[in-house]
Design a protein. Structure first.
Lengths: 223, 94
């Protein structure tokens, strides 16, 4: 494009084209909603099965949490890598997603605390003292990422590792020095923790982004 | 006769303002890619829009890399709203 005079119709066409082009590929929040509601329904269904059908379903719930956690971490990583490539522009949707994931990543500490309790409650003893090694590794990662934080690039990783580290240390302390953990207590606590994180990090921001996108679409029609 | 803002009634400047209307901020590289313009031409148009108060231009240094970040101002939003209103009125009157 150049600095040339245009007709009135061309003006409207340019406005339309540039807005459409800019919004192409922008995150609209629907993946957050889909993932969030599927997770939330899954948590509720597994809990109902464990309470009313067979307590053995509680063990499946732990596997379900492990799988969904893995999917969430991979999705976040892919999303953040894609955003790095498109870092030339910042939009309202970026702000919402970064904010939501920052909160969600900090609360991952609670999730890790739950996992440790689940490991002991369900008798998976092979983990042993590897938890100390893992927590120590994450603590060192915090130190190094704190040094790199000046560039702004390690910020989200720092929040995740701080949250996970404190959760792991908390879980270790509870299992070593606290009372014996019952499997039902793990199930109830873990379900509430997961539901809370799912709602805060996925469902609420997903709805907010969908509303924002609808407002943007309506504003475009007016223009 | 409805008068259209001469600062906005230009292909490249209108494209820049339309892009900035949809985002919180965009850097020079993004604007150049989206508008398919040359760096020199884009720089001149950004200066004109900035002097008019329609956009903010912030020059940052990220490590050793300079980066120019642009965002639309309230005055710029009002100008675009007035411009599109004038366009609609003009085309409705035809």
């Amino acid at each position: 494009m150049e600095d040339i005079k245009i007709t009135e119709q061309e003006s409207l066409d340019i406005i339309q084209k540039m807005i459409d082009k800019t919004r192409q590929g922008m995150f609209n929040g629907k993946p957050l909603l889909w993932f969030g509601y599927v997770l939330a329904i899954g948590i509720i269904v597994f809990n109902l099965l464990a309470f009313y059908v067979n307590e053995a379903w509680a063990e499946n719930l732990v596997i379900f949490y492990l799988i969904t956690l893995g999917v969430a971490i991979i999705s976040i990583t892919i999303f953040m890598e894609n955003r790095k490539k498109k870092s030339h522009v910042s939009s309202y949707s970026d702000r919402i997603v970064y904010g939501a994931w920052s909160i969600g990543l900090i609360f991952m500490g609670l999730v890790c605390y739950f996992f440790l309790q689940a490991i002991y409650a369900y008798g998976i003893v092979a983990v042993g003292y590897m938890q100390f090694v893992l927590a120590g590794f994450l603590y060192m990662t915090n130190l190094f990422s704190g040094i790199a934080q000046s560039t702004g690039k390690m910020l989200l990783v720092t929040k995740a590792t701080y949250g996970v580290t404190f959760g792991l240390f908390g879980g270790i302390a509870t299992t070593l020095f606290g009372d014996n953990v019952s499997s039902m207590k793990v199930l109830i606590e873990g379900s509430f923790i997961f539901l809370f994180v799912v709602v805060v990090a996925l469902i609420i921001p997903g709805h907010r982004l969908c509303v924002w996108n609808r407002q943007q679409t309506d504003a475009k029609k007016v223009a | 006769m409805i008068e259209l803002d001469p600062l906005l009634h230009s292909q490249l400047r209108l494209a820049i303002m339309s892009i900035l209307l949809s985002v919180e901020s965009a850097d020079f590289v993004y604007l150049r890619t989206q508008t398919e313009s040359t760096a020199g031409n884009l720089s001149i148009q950004l200066d004109k829009l900035s002097e008019a108060g329609y956009i903010n231009v912030n020059k940052l240094n990220e490590g050793n890399r300079p980066r120019t970040l642009c965002s639309i101002t309230e005055k710029g939003r009002d100008a675009m709203a007035a411009y599109t209103q004038a366009l609609r009125s003009y085309l409705a009157g035809l």
